[in-house]
Ligand binder design. Structure first.
Ligand code: ZN
Length: 125
């Protein structure tokens, strides 16, 4: 057997961020615009948000104490959220993120309406 050691980037490095627990409390704090606590002490600074392929958003963060990288997965839009946004699109209303506490406008990316802070698509038009 040829056992080639695959050099995996160490957990917490930019190429291999540590997944944060997707607890309700963590997500609620994120939607409220609060800075999240790092599991290692210190706080997490948001570096950027990516749109996941399956509708899941990825928030890349860095711990300001350890400089380790973390990633928070934002659950994809629910049927209820999508139905609600669809109604608003049809009514020509302004679109806001259904989760963020402060009014966060959805922005158009291709055909999708995305929350720039969630990385989640809440509707299409
Ligand atoms: Zn949002």
């Amino acid at each position: 057997m040829d056992r080639k050691a695959v050099a995996e980037p160490p957990p917490g490095s930019p190429a291999n961020p540590i997944p944060l627990s997707r607890s309700k409390k963590t997500l609620e704090a994120y939607y409220a615009g609060k800075r999240l606590e790092s599991p290692l002490g210190g706080q997490l600074d948001v570096l950027g948000i990516r749109e996941g392929k399956t509708g899941v958003g990825k928030v890349m963060m860095e711990c300001n104490a350890s400089s380790l990288r973390f990633v928070l997965s934002i659950p994809k839009a629910t049927k209820t959220e999508k139905a609600d946004i669809k109604k608003k699109i049809e009514a020509g209303e302004d679109l806001f993120c259904p989760r963020h506490v402060d009014e966060q406008r959805l922005s158009k990316s291709g055909k999708s309406w995305i929350c720039a802070l969630c990385g989640v698509s809440y509707g299409k038009s």
